[in-house]
Design a protein around this ligand. Structure first.
Ligand SMILES: NC(=O)c1ccc[n+]([C@@H]2O[C@H](COP(=O)([O-])OP(=O)(O)OC[C@H]3O[C@@H](n4cnc5c(N)ncnc54)[C@H](O)[C@@H]3O)[C@@H](O)[C@H]2O)c1
Length: 345
């Protein structure tokens, strides 16, 4: 639904609370789209949530966000004659929510959907902000619309079955949120255990960072939402370059490298050291995948606009202070060398 107010997530402490929250949305659930792995791991809970609606399972990961998968979903929306008086329930990580949100938003110009995010990243980031979409050809999220779910219902329990790299990746995005706002949230992260997903209270606090940013710039017209791309300029490079290696980095793990390298470009030394220490404690100082500078530059420029050899990107002036600025590619190359020589030789 095109609304300029972002839907705020509600976190429920128990399975029963989550089931009741879906019921109290006030729309009958007529179709459920669920991440296949989540359905296997959480079948009894999903079966209670779906209110006897048919369930379509979709494999998580980037392949979910494709036209053939979307076509499969649209066919079901047609088959079950879904209309505006009913809701589609989406249960999964960012990929299933991006896909399901896009299909619901484009079906009959938009039918209501409820999002139940099941990954750390989805609970604090992907489920929030109304961006839905599919990948097209080589490009991520090239097809997309803004659409707000009628409800976003978080349940921390889901995170207990997440694979470790997904938990670590979630922490990288959590650190990004804390770098953007600084203050209390940054201090809180100094004391957490990174072995486990955060408490429900901390999840809610992290999610609120995104809600607040989106509220100020819901359709990305003022450039304010761009701060959420902190760490992603170089992060995307490492995600792409690691894809063809034996140990591909999860999105969040790649973003963590990007956050530190981009921090090197603009943070004062003491703040940079604090970030490096936190990343180390979170197990996020991964070695760089093998790469050639030619492949590095190709990955860097893939979807970026470059003007007079300068790249526009969000940069940290201090912890809690982000500014969008332009930098020459040479500076990013320097940050990569620094990481390779001094952080993770
Ligand atoms: N719309 C947005 O604003 C936004 C923001 C950030 C990211 N995204 C998108 O989100 C996607 C990534 O989402 P993600 O990181 O949540 O990953 P994902 O949805 O691809 O899920 C990652 C893996 O975890 C599995 N999984 C999901 N929940 C689980 C659970 N509770 N227990 C065990 N396994 C579980 C999935 O099957 C999958 O294998 C990307 O496509 C990205 O572009 C969107």
């Amino acid at each position: 639904m095109r609304s300029s107010t972002p839907t705020e997530p509600r976190f429920l402490p128990t399975e029963l609370g989550l089931v009741e929250a879906v019921e109290t949305v006030g729309l009958p659930v007529r179709l459920t789209v669920c991440d296949g792995k989540v359905y296997t791991l959480w079948k009894p809970l999903v079966d209670r949530l779906r209110q006897e609606s048919p369930v379509i399972t979709v494999a998580g990961g980037e392949t979910a966000k494709s036209l053939p998968t979307a076509r499969r979903l649209w066919k079901k929306l047609w088959q079950y004659r879904i209309d505006k008086g009913q809701a589609v329930l989406l249960i999964g990580g960012g990929s299933v929510l991006d896909l399901g949100g896009f299909c619901a938003a484009t079906w009959k110009r938009g039918v209501p959907f409820i999002s139940v995010p099941t990954t750390f990243i989805a609970q604090i980031d992907a489920a929030i902000g109304g961006k839905t979409g599919l990948n097209f050809k080589e490009g991520k999220n090239l097809l997309g619309v803004y659409a707000q779910p009628v409800a976003i219902l978080g349940y921390r329990g889901f995170l207990e079955t997440l694979p470790k790299p997904e938990v670590r990746g979630g922490w990288a995005e959590a650190i990004k949120h804390a770098l953007i706002v600084g203050g209390d949230l940054w201090e809180k992260l100094q004391g957490v255990s990174f072995k486990e997903p955060p408490s429900m209270e901390l999840l809610a606090e992290l999610a609120a960072v995104k809600v607040n940013i989106v509220r100020q710039d819901p359709y990305e017209e003022k450039g304010l939402r761009h701060v959420l791309n902190l760490g992603h300029t170089l992060g995307h490079v490492w995600e792409t370059l690691s894809l063809r290696t034996e140990r591909p980095l999860s999105h969040g793990e790649a973003v963590a490298i990007g956050l530190l390298q981009e921090g090197y470009l603009s943070l004062p030394p003491a703040a940079l050291e604090a970030l490096r220490t936190l990343m180390e404690r979170a197990g996020l100082l991964n070695p760089l995948p093998d790469f050639t500078w030619k492949a590095w530059e190709k990955a860097l420029l893939q979807d970026k606009k470059i003007r007079d050899g300068q790249l526009r990107m969000p940069l940290l002036q201090a912890i809690g202070q982000v500014k969008v600025d332009s930098l020459p590619i040479q500076a990013l190359r320097e940050a990569t060398r620094w990481y390779r020589q001094e952080v993770r030789p």
